[in-house]
Write a new protein. Structure first.
Length: 570
């Protein structure tokens, strides 16, 4: 049952996981004694599961952890549950219950799958209430089991009458059948934390975010036990990021990129929610629904091997299965380039928002200070993700050049071509040298365009340079010499990128001067710079002034970063 409690400090009413439902079920004391004190059915079942997993060389760490904590911590906190009828859930028990629930989640899909086989249907009915429903029945009361096919009476009957022993063999056979479909090597180095997180999210009848949030609703919980680390939204966000990275390594032909972006959006929503006080329930609900929808798209429960690949602790670095070989470079370069193009196009379309200008300023500032372009913050990468470090180290130049290429060359070049061409042919300038400068600017723009395009082609995975990058990346983890070669090669590429950025920035001095004078004439109608401004149809387009102003501001920032001094000609 979920109750409310008034904070002594603020007087505000907060939700909490209470145990008021014990008042309503006092006559069932024997049932709860069975749940929390006589744990032998759970212990016996879990021990059998652990044995089966160990025979297949699986690390059942969280199952063992859950069993151990249930045996020790749960008994220690049991009296508090009967004493504190109206108080919030104790932190020690909350932590224990979360660990145990997380441990149970790893076998939930296997148990649920037994429903398909009518021969062990009775086994499923017996086991599932014990493993899942009882936990939430105890947490949330009778209402929590209404969505299950098992009533509270069935659960009570099971606890009093049913013996798990007769079902052990059938469960063991069923799980063995699951595991025999895959080789032992497929199960090595699995990070069960992420596996459990996915399983848990797919098998709870209560909203997980709501479930976890209530563990952290009171700051006093942490004060009661300094050693207790609550489950935070920021932690959830971190694990979602790891899941996102892992999903990107799966066969791209089978990935729904829209859903992948939705998962990333959900992570951003959770990050936002974790920073707001009080937490916005609507944000959490939206994020959680997106996650459930996204994970469902990948049909994780129906493909255990795919799940293991997704939940791999160090994706891309330790995946060496014979059944699935991942070409790290090809897959990452494809998805990163797509995301870069999408980000820049979307930003440019939205009137070149401030963050885009700051981004390009940082790129140019870094490049012109002879610094390694890998330090450019185009993408936020986690220091703990080795694969991210490798990709960031090897392909920073692709991020930079692609951004620069789209920002001006792809987005502005067609418009600049019309503007400069029209001015060169139709305009009559008060200073004859302007026409010469415009021709020069346009030639440089074309040259830079060709260089940008060639650079992107050179580092494509199918090119000779791209293939070399691929080999260096794949060998990166094996030897120091390969790591050194990758560093030298990256420095060479970054030097090329730095040169391109410098040449690209060089066109801004004459262009900024021209745009400044043209804007002054247009806005003041002074015609001191161009005498037949009305004949230039391109200047009459609604977007022209806005684009000119954006380019002027951008080029001004560029020159300031490059310490280029220029004076407007009047």
């Amino acid at each position: 049952m979920i109750g409310t409690e008034q904070s002594p400090a603020t007087g505000e009413s907060n939700e909490y996981i209470g145990i008021n439902f014990f008042n309503e079920f006092d006559e069932h004391d024997e049932v709860f004694q069975k749940i929390y004190q006589d744990m032998s059915p759970w212990q016996k079942f879990l021990r059998n599961i652990i044995k089966i997993f160990n025979k297949n060389k699986l690390r059942a760490f969280y199952l063992k952890c859950g069993l151990k904590r249930i045996e020790k911590d749960l008994h220690e906190t049991l009296p508090n549950w009967y004493i504190a009828h109206s108080k919030a859930l104790g932190p020690k028990f909350a932590d224990t219950l979360y660990e145990f629930t997380r441990a149970l989640a790893i076998i939930a899909p296997i148990l649920k799958a037994t429903v398909i086989n009518s021969n062990i249907k009775t086994c499923t009915i017996s086991i599932e209430p014990c493993l899942l429903e009882i936990v939430f029945y105890a947490l949330y009361g009778e209402d929590s089991v209404k969505n299950y096919p098992f009533s509270a009476e069935e659960i009570e009957h099971f606890l009093k009458e049913t013996s798990i022993g007769s079902s052990d063999r059938k469960i063991k056979i069923k799980i063995q059948n699951f595991l025999e479909d895959f080789s032992e090597s497929d199960f090595e180095s699995i990070d069960y934390y992420y596996t459990n997180f996915i399983y848990l999210s797919r098998n709870l009848s209560v909203p997980l975010m709501d479930f976890l949030r209530r563990f952290n609703i009171h700051a006093s919980l942490q004060q009661e036990n300094n050693n207790w680390s609550p489950v935070t939204l920021s932690a959830i966000s971190h694990y979602l990021e790891k899941l996102y990275v892992a999903i990107m390594l799966v066969d791209l032909n089978k990935i729904d990129f829209f859903r992948l972006d939705q998962l990333q959006n959900a992570r951003f929503l959770i990050e936002k929610g974790s920073k707001e006080h009080p937490i916005d329930n609507a944000i959490l609900e939206k994020a959680w629904n997106t996650i459930i929808d996204t994970i469902g798209t990948f049909k994780i429960n129906n493909n255990l091997l795919k799940l293991i690949q997704l939940a791999h602790k160090d994706p891309g670095y330790r995946i060496s299965y014979q059944k699935a070989h991942f070409n790290i470079h090809e897959r990452y370069i494809k998805i990163l380039k797509e995301r870069v193009f999408g980000i820049v196009k979307r930003t440019a379309r939205n009137s070149l928002k401030q963050e885009m200008q700051n981004l390009v300023q940082n790129i140019i500032s870094t490049g012109t200070n002879n610094q390694d372009l890998t330090s450019v913050g185009v993408f936020t990468v986690s220091n703990s993700d080795k694969i991210h470090e490798v990709i960031s180290e090897g392909f920073a130049h692709v991020h930079v050049i692609t951004l620069m290429q789209i920002f001006i060359v792809k987005f502005y070049k067609p418009w600049l071509k019309v503007l400069l061409g029209s001015c060169t042919v139709n305009a009559q300038f008060t200073q004859p040298s302007v026409s010469t400068e415009l021709n020069s600017v346009y030639k440089v723009l074309n040259k830079i365009t060709d260089q940008f395009n060639q650079f992107v082609i050179d580092v494509h995975p199918t090119s000779s340079m791209g293939l070399r990058i691929t080999k260096l990346l794949e060998a990166h983890k094996h030897s120091r010499s390969d790591k050194h070669l990758l560093k030298v090669f990256t420095e060479s590429l970054n030097k090329q990128a730095d040169t391109l950025v410098r040449e690209f920035a060089g066109i801004f001095s004459p262009l900024q001067n021209f745009i400044s004078l043209l804007l002054k004439d247009m806005q003041q109608n002074s015609k001191s710079f161009i005498t037949n401004i009305n004949t230039l149809k391109v200047l009459q387009e609604p977007e022209t002034v806005r684009k000119l102003q954006e380019l002027k501001n951008f080029s001004t920032n560029v020159m300031e970063l490059l310490n280029i001094s220029t004076q407007e000609q009047v």
